[in-house]
Each structure stands twice: as structure tokens, then as C-alpha cells.
Write a protein that binds this ligand. Sequence first.
Ligand code: NAD
Length: 274
Amino acid sequence: MSDQSWTNGKLLDGKTIVVTGCSSGIGKEIARLVKKLGGDVLGVDVNKSDEYVDELYIADLSDRRTIKALVQALPTRIDGIANSAGLPPTAPANKVIGVNLVGLKYFTELMIPKLNDGASIVNVASLAGFGWPQAIPAIKASESLGFEDIDDFITKYGVTNDGGRSYFFSKEALIVWTMKNRWTWRDRNIRMNSVSPGPVDTPILKDFLETLGDRADEDRKVMDRPGLPEDIAPVVIFLLSDMTHWIRGTNIPTDGGMSSHLHCKIHMLEETKQ
Ligand SMILES: NC(=O)c1ccc[n+]([C@@H]2O[C@H](COP(=O)([O-])OP(=O)(O)OC[C@H]3O[C@@H](n4cnc5c(N)ncnc54)[C@H](O)[C@@H]3O)[C@@H](O)[C@H]2O)c1
């Protein structure tokens, strides 16, 4: 039987977790819960707000040199990373792809030597990444995308801000990157998963509504309510905890049922009403 020490005491007792985007919204709620459940939070954000953070590292996660310096400054023996920092589709496309995808990947890969064996990495993706199977050529082309090539990539693959495409693409590629890394660090029992929230009431919700226009109205018609950070953070905590060592490379939709609704619509699984 596997180790079930998580049944004793607090779920994250003694664990040190890095939370990016810790100053607002979902990241802030993740930080609050980590602390409440016995863990220490090393927060990373471009903004200075350290409410639930043991140590705050101010860093712009779209900049290669800053990320390198950040990783050098962070300690070793880290038990988990929650990658929640992200920009909405109203930000410039190169920044959206820089922070949500290229910066996240660069930061995470540099951090691997600083992680304890058995560590957990959780990427906050999005329902916006649902359509990844339709974007395979661009996703494959983005696998080795570096900071300096982002502008050319945007032009070549049309991942501009039109219709929020830069944001959707960043999350599609993130879900696929997570899946592809299911076993990358298996020899050290390090796992990576993602959580995909639907619309969540945080400061960037208005940016999504602005970008999506009529599409957002469609969602609003079928959804009972937008999510709250409190709906999303517990799922991230679950994946950071020792309860989930055999969940690897998975994406967990946390969206009030929206992704199931989309699957049912696409595959015509709803009963037709007479
Ligand atoms: N709110 C939603 O509807 C929603 C839905 C699905 C997914 N998400 C994802 O959830 C994550 C958190 O979003 P949120 O809703 O909490 O938004 P938020 O704006 O409240 O929080 C994002 C945090 O990331 C930080 N950040 C932004 N750019 C950064 C950079 N360059 N370097 C370091 N930190 C940076 C911000 O300062 C902020 O504290 C994002 O990845 C977002 O894409 C949000």
C-alpha cells in the first residue's frame, strides 16, 4: 500500500510550494489555502502583494533574464509549483504568449533541479484550451518557441489577439505540454498536471467578456454562475497534495460543467426533445 501520511494532520504540512500569480485572483486563493493547510508559500508576481506569502519574489515571468535570476534566488527542496500567473486576451499577443506559455515553460524547466523527488507541478490552464486538437500544427511548432521568436510565430500561425486567439492558443499549447510531460521526470516521481477553469470572477473576467462578446453571452445563457477562486484553488491543492501521485499529465476541467456541455453538443449526445 502506498504512503498515506496525508491522512494525518494538515494536507500540505511541511511542504514548500511556489505559487506564481500569488498577488491576485486564483493564485492568491491558492496561496491562502496552502498556508491554511500547513504549507509555506514562496510567492512570485510582477505586482507587490504578499498577503498569504511567506516570501515574495517580484519577477516578470515574460522575461528570460528575470526568470533566470528568479530561479537562482529561489531555494532548493521545493515540493510543488502552482503556475497561476497569466495575462488575459486583452494584453498584447506577444505578452500573452510570453507569460502564459513560453515564460511558464522556461521557469518550470529551470526549476526542476530545485524540486524534491515526489514534487507536483500544477499549471492553471483554461476552458479556453478546450479546442487543442484543432491546433496541432501550431502547437507542435511552438514546442521549442523561445522569447525572441514570439512575434514571428504570432504572424506565421495567426495567433494574434483577434477573437482572443493568442490567449486560446497559449492555453491549448499549455494543456498539450502538460500531457506530453506525463513521464518526463517519472524517475524522480515528479508529476505535472493542469487545471482548466471556466470563467472565474477575478479582475480579468471583464477582459474575457470584452474579447468574447457574443460567445460570452452564449456561455452565460447555459451557466448558472461564474466560478470563484474558491472553486478552483481546492483542485490545485488536491493535485499538489500527496493524494495524487498517480495522476500524471492530466487536465482537470473545473468549469461548472461547461466542458462536458461542449462535448455533449459536439457529439450530439443530448436527447432531442419532441
Ligand atoms: N479568471 C478567469 O476567468 C480565468 C479562467 C480560466 C483560466 N484563468 C487563468 O487563471 C490564472 C490566474 O488568473 P486570475 O483570473 O486569477 O487573474 P488575476 O489577474 O487575478 O491574477 C493573475 C496574476 O498573475 C500576475 N501576472 C501577470 N503577468 C505576470 C508576469 N508577467 N509576471 C508575473 N506575474 C504576472 C498578475 O500580477 C496577477 O497577480 C491565469 O493563468 C488565467 O489565464 C482565469
